[in-house]
Ligand binder design. Structure first.
Ligand SMILES: Cc1cc2nc3c(=O)[nH]c(=O)nc-3n(C[C@H](O)[C@H](O)[C@H](O)COP(=O)(O)O)c2cc1C
Length: 188
């Protein structure tokens, strides 16, 4: 049993950071990288195949850029179709129980911009994030719980658009270490 990275990036605009992170992940023993936009460019997700893939792993890492404080649309389609009632949740559903759900998230916003709550009345630009990252990920945390899965706080790369080559290499190193630690866990 091992770690499944479900990589979702539409490539419009083209990915720099997620592409590098996905390449880095491929070198980590015990980690399988599955490129969802490559597999399903027309959004026809092969539900049985994806469920079999999930059953063969104990940890799911949804790797994607933050898009409109959420995930790219194919990932939503994957959740909507693969996490079926009777398989992932509902009466007698047990396929995902005890597995781990986490994300590898890249954002344009800084760590500081995703670190605290601001009252809208105190926010002069009208554009700053009002909430910390923990608030934006709540629908995913709750979905993990409904599926009987353990939630793990996301791996993050902030200010992704500003990373120079050294910064990107450091982010890849950090990601490899994050995944290697997941793969080493008993029953990972
Ligand atoms: C459609 C779209 C929506 C985005 N929404 C957000 C957002 O809500 N929050 C944020 O911090 N960055 C946002 N960004 C910036 C991306 O997260 C950032 O460009 C990406 O993480 C960089 O990784 P990449 O090189 O793999 O594309 C958005 C970018 C696009 C294209």
């Amino acid at each position: 049993m091992s770690v499944l990275v479900l990589h979702a990036h539409p490539n419009t605009p083209p990915s720099r950071v997620n592409a590098a992170l996905a390449e880095a992940a491929k070198s980590v023993p015990g980690v399988t990288v599955h490129d969802l936009y490559e597999a399903y460019p027309h959004f026809f997700v092969d539900v049985r195949r994806e469920q079999a893939r999930v059953e063969a792993h104990d940890t799911l890492v949804f790797q994607h850029p933050m898009y409109w404080y959420s995930a790219p649309p194919l990932l939503k389609q994957w959740w909507d179709t693969v996490l079926e009632e009777g398989w992932a949740y509902g009466r007698d559903a047990s396929a995902t129980v005890g597995k781990t759900w986490t994300h590898a998230l890249t954002t344009a916003g800084s760590a500081q911009a995703y670190s605290h709550r601001i009252d809208a009345a105190d926010e002069p630009t009208g554009r700053a994030n009002l909430f910390p990252l923990d608030d934006y990920v709540k629908p995913w945390l709750q979905s993990a719980r409904l599926c009987g899965m353990r939630w793990l706080a996301p791996f993050t790369v902030h200010e992704a658009e500003k990373l120079d080559d050294a910064g990107l290499a450091a982010a890849c190193d950090r990601y490899r270490a994050f995944l290697a630690a997941l793969a080493r866990r008993p029953g990972a």
